[in-house]
Design a protein around this ligand. Structure first.
Ligand code: M6R
Length: 614
């Protein structure tokens, strides 16, 4: 969380900083700020709330501010201290000469703060970050060298951080460093950049360098110098980015989320392209570098992920166990990392993440790597920290996802899991060939079926209006669609703030049924197949408690009309593939409810797109 950006060159720094922060808004948006060296003096401009508030402040002071050609900027997702102007970054020291922006968490900030206060530092915010500002200022006082001051400061800091620092007395220089938080340097002509992520600098340069942990970079308009924490010079490893400047356009849609939902048919086509060629040809997954013999003999797979990616992983478990007969555990990364796990060199560990920057999942895969497991990463960001931990890397190719609520990346993860599970089944020979061919055929038909759902979205919109004022919502499903119920509930609560919960339909009567009455909508994910009749019985039980019944189904059974007040129909599909269809109406339902309630759909409260703290 939190985005940082720095610029030093000859252009108007604030323009580049604000534009950079705009492209980093997915990392947080509860406050923002910039620090600029204006005619030899470091000055801060900060605002609580959306970035627009900072833009307004900048606009009102533009004549003065636009003189500066060096600065650092920050967009915040609060960890220590409420979102407020005083807690917004940049932070500074007593004399105001040092300004610092930070992404991460300083774990020993209380001890550091006590020490600094004892030495006369006065704190103005509740943030952990302010300790770094005072610490760097103290070290600068001793060394009169900003790079050395930052290097010495980082030796006392515990935790995760990416920081960028300027000092009033050190002209045209930004010093930046990282540990367990992303940071990238951009190289321009007589100008250089630093940022949390590529979109902040891609408009200006395609030459970039990802910093490794504990490296410290000193940037001026004409030079970039890199050292490690022991002060050894390091070689610059400059890459040419394969990126095009990102067009963050809603393409006429009211919100990015709606646009991204509509991109899903094409994303399915993209993910399948080049991998699924014909019904008879084996799936080509060159990205999986695990030796085929080892793959055949795998005794265990563990999948770690968070949030929506965790739900995709749950579908993945179902597929791999069903197609390949290999036991698969799925666990939230945040749980996996704090217990004794039975992971070793015979385990394949799969990390799933849209951003590739989720701190818990990065830690989980690093732990597994230390134990000798092959690490397979499924991510939408092949340039991410997590991707760089991978032995095998499956990029899901969903394109930049702007809306905080994940939709198209979930679809791309699901389709990637279908391909992976079929690939593994083909290597192992664990599935009859005609079944594999049927699956492949049905996979190819998916985009058209998703298109059909999107065309009929008016019905879902009507249903959304009807239920928008509900205080609570229950989603039930079984089998491969249990994850669909969880994901549908997550989407709804994330963007509408309605208390929504997903249950396996069989669990309803073991407790949750107590909550049912005439005010409670119960949405049953009712796909034809093995568990259809069972879910129907569970839905009857809910109806008998006067719940308001909604069905999401591919069945034409006329009896459903008696049981359900609302029926959302999707095209017919094999049960095992149905999660990829069933989720689309649930995304739309959540979207239209939130939109009807006037919520901030793309940037819901308290959330950030990339959760880079544990
Ligand atoms: O980038 P990741 O997939 O690792 O992120 C994991 C979760 O933070 C993420 O899926 C979150 O739950 C989304 N807001 C869901 O819409």
């Amino acid at each position: 969380m939190c985005g940082i950006v720095g610029y030093v060159g000859s252009k108007t720094a604030v323009d580049i900083l604000i534009e950079g922060l705009t492209s980093l808004e997915y990392r947080g948006y509860d406050s923002s700020g910039v620090a600029l060296n204006i005619e030899g003096k470091v000055q801060l401009f900060k605002a609580q709330g959306k970035l627009q508030n900072l833009r307004n402040i900048v606009q009102n002071n533009y004549d003065e501010i636009s003189k500066s050609t060096i600065g650092i900027g920050h967009i915040r997702w609060a960890t220590h201290g409420v979102p407020s102007v005083e807690n917004a970054h940049p932070h500074t020291c007593n004399c105001g000469k040092v300004a610092i922006v930070h992404n991460g968490i300083i774990e020993n900030f209380k001890e550091l703060k006590a020490k600094l206060e004892a030495n006369g530092c006065t704190f103005r915010s509740q943030t952990d970050t302010e300790t770094i500002a005072h610490l760097v200022a103290t070290k600068y006082g001793e060394t009169k060298d900003l790079t050395e001051a930052v290097r010495l400061a980082t030796q006392e800091i515990e935790g995760a951080y990416a920081i960028a620092v300027i000092h009033q007395d050190v002209k045209n220089t930004i010093v930046a460093t990282r540990r367990n938080a992303p940071l990238v340097v951009g190289f321009g002509e007589d100008e250089n950049f630093v940022a949390s992520d590529i979109p902040a600098l891609i408009k200006y340069t395609k030459k970039a360098m990802y910093l490794d942990d504990n490296q410290i970079v000193t940037i001026t308009p004409n030079s970039v110098k890199l050292i490690d924490i022991d002060n050894n010079p390091k070689e610059l490893k400059i890459e040419t980015l394969p990126w095009e400047p990102v067009a963050l356009s809603k393409m006429g849609y009211k919100h990015f989320m709606l646009k991204e939902i509509h991109e899903q048919p094409d994303i399915v086509r993209n993910v399948l392209a080049g991998k699924l060629r014909t019904m008879d040809a084996p799936i080509e997954l060159n990205e999986v570098t695990l030796n085929k013999e080892k793959l055949k003999n795998l005794s265990r797979i563990q999948i770690v992920a968070c949030g929506t990616s965790l739900h995709a992983a749950m579908v993945g478990k179902y597929l791999i166990e069903d197609f390949c007969g290999i036991p698969v555990d799925v666990e939230p990364s945040s749980e996996y990392i704090y217990r004794k796990t039975i992971t070793n060199e015979n385990t394949l560990v799969i990390g799933v993440s849209q951003s590739g920057e989720t701190a818990d999942t990065i830690t989980a895969v690093r732990q597994a790597k230390k134990k000798g497991s092959h690490i397979l990463i499924v991510t939408n960001r092949p340039d991410s920290t997590m991707a760089r931990e991978a032995d095998s890397l499956i990029p899901v190719n969903a394109g930049i996802e702007v809306s905080v609520a994940a939709t198209k990346s979930y679809m791309a993860q699901l389709i990637s899991f279908y391909l992976l599970a079929i690939y593994m089944a083909e290597v192992k020979g664990s599935m009859p060939k005609d079944e594999v061919s049927k699956l492949k055929h049905e996979l190819i038909l998916l985009p058209q079926k998703i298109d059909n759902i999107l065309t009929a979205k008016g019905d879902i919109q009507k249903c959304a209006r009807k239920f928008a004022n509900s205080k609570d919502f229950i989603f039930i499903a079984r089998g491969v669609n249990y994850a669909t119920a969880l994901e549908g509930a997550l989407k709804l609560k994330e963007i509408s703030y309605i208390n929504a919960t997903g249950y396996t339909a069989g669990e309803l009567k073991h407790g949750p049924i107590a909550m049912l009455d005439e005010s409670m909508p119960v949405l049953s994910v009712l796909m034809k197949g093995k568990v259809y009749d069972k879910i129907l019985s569970n839905a009857e039980e809910a109806k008998a408690r006067n719940a308001r019944m909604i069905a999401l189904t591919n069945s034409e059974d006329f009896k459903l009309d008696e049981l359900f007040e609302n029926i959302i129909r999707v095209p017919d599909v094999m049960e095992i593939l149905s999660p990829a269809l069933a989720i689309v109406p649930l995304q739309l339902l959540a979207y239209y409810i939130a939109e009807f309630l006037g919520k901030d759909v793309d940037q819901p409260r308290n959330l950030a797109k990339s959760v880079t703290v544990e």
